[in-house]
Ligand binder design. Structure first.
Ligand SMILES: NC(=O)c1ccc[n+]([C@@H]2O[C@H](COP(=O)([O-])OP(=O)(O)OC[C@H]3O[C@@H](n4cnc5c(N)ncnc54)[C@H](OP(=O)(O)O)[C@@H]3O)[C@@H](O)[C@H]2O)c1
Length: 318
């Protein structure tokens, strides 16, 4: 079969022949229809992700949509290394195959679940967003951040503030759920002031962070008190991505002067949570409440597509 084959960490995968997978107990063979090209696929191939491949050569791609031997169409994840989603065929645990409704096209079915389910579960299961709370999305102009803005509103957030760099995308977010926006690429002191201003008297109860690095440091500076103050509502910050940097400097005073809790996404959620989130995300996609822009790229062009940045989510088609 043909596949996107990675030979060394830090390189782009090449379109090449690779031996076909054989399914073991509890596994399913999938004829791949489409696989999305996401930041995590690039982080794994570059060797910067904690779960980087230990066995090379391997096939890139963490999830996608395809057909099982009984003809059913499923979204799949968890390919067994060295196999991956960007190939004509792959092998996955049966437990990580989720039926997809016929009304959803292949590109959407491949591209939406990863960022959509992640944003849904980050807001509902990790941050435990309660209707009426205020939400800040750090990195709202990315594919996942844009969905998080809409999902926060669908889950009943009172006020959603979208922070990002791209001014066109920021202003478009005002039409899909954002109540206000914050421009991130300004001097640190100005950014800290903007966070404090948008927090207002009622503050943020939930912060979803796709950036880390300097923007998160500016946010922490904005909520750090400079006097003894009575405890206000808790701020639950969920660390999801590191587009702006892998580390932050965290002053101890930030944690002592404010009721700030920092948590991560904490691994793969249970199958029950995944199934429920998949159902919710796909139902909102069918009604048009959740949208993702996609662009199909033939598997033969995966090497050149690898370097492309931002905008629409690329979907590799074998
Ligand atoms: N753990 C999970 O479940 C999970 C799920 C989905 C995503 N993520 C992670 O979340 C992050 C974003 O994912 P995505 O799908 O939204 O990616 P994406 O569509 O490629 O968007 C990347 C985002 O990062 C921003 N960015 C890049 N460098 C930046 C910098 N130096 N300063 C400020 N902003 C910067 C971009 O801003 P511009 O628009 O201004 O370029 C854009 O908003 C990635 O790290 C991804 O791995 C994690």
């Amino acid at each position: 079969m043909h596949a996107a084959v990675l030979h060394a960490l830090g390189q782009a995968p090449r379109y090449e022949e690779f031996a076909d997978p054989v399914a073991g107990d509890g596994e399913a063979l999938v004829d791949v229809l489409a696989a999305s090209l996401k930041p995590i696929d690039k982080q794994l191939a570059s060797g910067t992700h904690y779960a980087k491949p230990r066995q090379l050569p391997c096939i890139c791609g963490t999830d996608g949509v395809g057909r099982l031997s009984d003809g059913s169409r499923v979204f799949f994840g968890g390919c067994r290394p060295p196999y991956g989603a960007m190939a004509q065929r792959t092998v996955v645990p049966r437990a990580y195959c989720f039926p997809v409704d016929d009304v959803v096209d292949d590109a959407t079915a491949a591209a939406l679940p990863n960022p959509g389910i992640s944003a849904w579960l980050t807001l509902s299961a990790r941050a435990k967003l309660v209707a009426g709370e205020n939400v800040l999305i750090l990195g709202a102009t990315g594919v996942t951040g844009r969905l998080a803005v809409s999902i926060a509103k669908l889950l009943g957030a009172a006020r959603v503030v979208a922070a990002g760099r791209n001014p066109q995308v920021l202003s478009s977010l005002l039409r899909v759920g954002a109540d206000a926006t914050i421009q991130l690429d300004v001097p640190a002191a100005e950014l800290t002031e903007a966070f404090a201003r948008e927090a207002g008297a009622s503050g943020f109860q939930v912060v979803i962070d796709y950036l880390w690095g300097a923007p998160t440091e500016a946010f922490v500076a904005a909520i750090t008190r400079k006097e003894f103050a009575a405890v206000t509502s808790e701020i639950r910050l969920v660390q999801v991505g590191e587009s702006a940097g892998p580390t932050i400097s965290l002053p101890a005073a930030a944690l002592r002067s404010t009721p700030l809790t920092i948590m991560g996404t904490a691994g793969i959620p249970s199958r029950e949570l995944l199934v429920d989130a998949m159902h919710q995300v796909m139902a909102h996609a069918a009604t048009g409440d959740l949208r993702i822009e996609t662009e199909r790229v033939p598997l033969t062009e995966v090497e050149s597509a690898w370097q492309r940045e931002g905008g629409r989510r690329l979907v590799v088609v074998p």
